[in-house]
Design a protein around this ligand. Structure first.
Ligand SMILES: NC(=O)c1ccc[n+]([C@@H]2O[C@H](COP(=O)([O-])OP(=O)(O)OC[C@H]3O[C@@H](n4cnc5c(N)ncnc54)[C@H](O)[C@@H]3O)[C@@H](O)[C@H]2O)c1
Ligand SMILES: [Mg+2]
Length: 341
């Protein structure tokens, strides 16, 4: 009966979908896969897989490029048969998207299997995400970041925090259930605000002790429970550099996988021209200072390796394109240069 119902449902939704755009149809299909375990299990047999090993994505180096291969289900099966555990491993995969033609994409972490065997079979290597995000084509970075975040979430939510019993994932990996308590766990992210403070003609960038040498970025901070974005912006700027935000404007957002699954909410904030003296919180930051337009333009042209001077000191450089801080700095430059024009 259930099978007949599902077939009728699929036929009805495919008829309805004819009137929808490619995007709408794709989103509806992904949602169906999340809701319907048997549909998703079937999709695993025709999908493609992005492989990870202990949360490091699999890349192939071709010439000077790093590619993120999509491995077919048949290829995965062939490799897994070497370990005699094929079926069990496919079950661990999580749905991360699909093509316009509805070929589903999954991410699969083969962390417990011998890394070198998989690497030599597929001619590539598992690469730390902190490197991978910055060497692959820019269109692939968000996919690797969100896939790793979802895999990490599953890895750290194997047990119910109330009963201590194992939790079970649905086939798509969009939730986990504790059958003892009935609690459903959904993947979580932490909202973080990243703010580029300006006094009208300069912008404020800072260094955390953990940053690579010479790199400066916009101020960032996790949202506290109950706060809205505006309150976080005002609090973080006050806490970290002792300034009061007068006005702020939302710019864009980005998923960021470090330290684990952040939703970065990027904003521009203005402080009063008369109140620009920085009082830095040295528990969080090792340096915070104002930069004028010329310094910013020079810093944007520098790469990490090119910032060292002959006397060993480092000239400032800023986060790469993949980080939303980069976009904030460019928006500020555009706004400043349009004012000058
Ligand atoms: N993509 C980008 O351009 C970009 C730029 C800057 C920072 N970031 C990210 O923003 C994140 C937050 O920035 P921050 O370190 O300045 O935050 P922060 O100023 O709030 O300070 C971090 C501290 O906040 C506490 N904290 C509160 N809630 C937390 C949570 N949910 N998870 C972890 N720690 C929590 C911890 O004590 C931690 O040491 C960083 O992890 C960093 O990766 C991204
Ligand atoms: Mg901070």
């Amino acid at each position: 009966m259930a099978a007949i119902y599902q077939a009728v449902y699929r036929r009805a939704s495919s008829l309805m979908c004819r009137f929808h755009s490619t995007y709408v149809r794709k989103m509806r299909y992904l949602n169906d896969l999340k809701e319907d375990d048997s549909l998703c299990r079937q999709a695993q047999t025709s999908g493609t897989f992005y492989l990870f090993h202990n949360l490091s994505p699999f890349l192939q180096e071709v010439g000077k490029q790093y590619l993120v291969p999509q491995v077919s289900a048949a290829e995965i099966k062939r490799i897994l048969e070497k370990f005699k555990e094929a079926e069990q491993w496919i079950e661990k995969s999580v749905l991360i998207g699909c093509s316009d033609e509805h070929v589903p994409h999954f991410a699969l972490d083969l962390g417990a299997l011998e890394k070198s065997v998989i690497e030599s079979e597929l001619k590539g290597s598992f690469t730390d995400l902190r490197k991978a995000l910055f060497v692959v084509d820019q269109k692939d970075s968000p996919l690797l970041a969100s896939a790793q975040s979802l895999l990490r979430w599953h890895d750290s939510h194997q047990y119910c925090s109330k009963t201590g019993q194992p939790t079970q994932k649905n086939v798509a990996g969009s939730k986990r259930v504790c059958h003892a308590s009935g609690i459903i766990y959904y993947p979580q992210m932490s909202p973080v605000v990243i703010t580029l403070v300006s006094d009208g003609s300069r912008c404020l960038l800072a260094r955390q002790p953990s940053f690579p040498q010479g790199m400066y970025s916009a101020l960032s901070g996790f949202c506290d429970m109950g706060e809205n974005v505006e309150e976080t912006v005002r609090r973080e700027v006050a806490e970290e550099v002792g300034l009061e935000v007068e006005s702020f404007q939302y710019s864009a957002s980005q998923h960021w996988p470090f330290p684990s699954s952040c939703l970065m909410i990027a904003c521009h904030a203005l402080v009063r021209e008369q109140q620009t003296e920085i009082s830095m919180n040295s528990l969080e930051l090792e340096e915070a200072r104002w930069f004028d337009l010329e310094e910013i333009m020079k810093g944007l042209k520098r790469k990490p390796g090119s910032s060292k001077q002959e006397d060993g000191s480092l000239l400032p450089w800023f986060p790469p394109q993949q980080a939303i801080a980069h976009q904030l700095i460019w928006e500020w430059v555009k706004q400043q240069t349009s004012q000058l024009a």
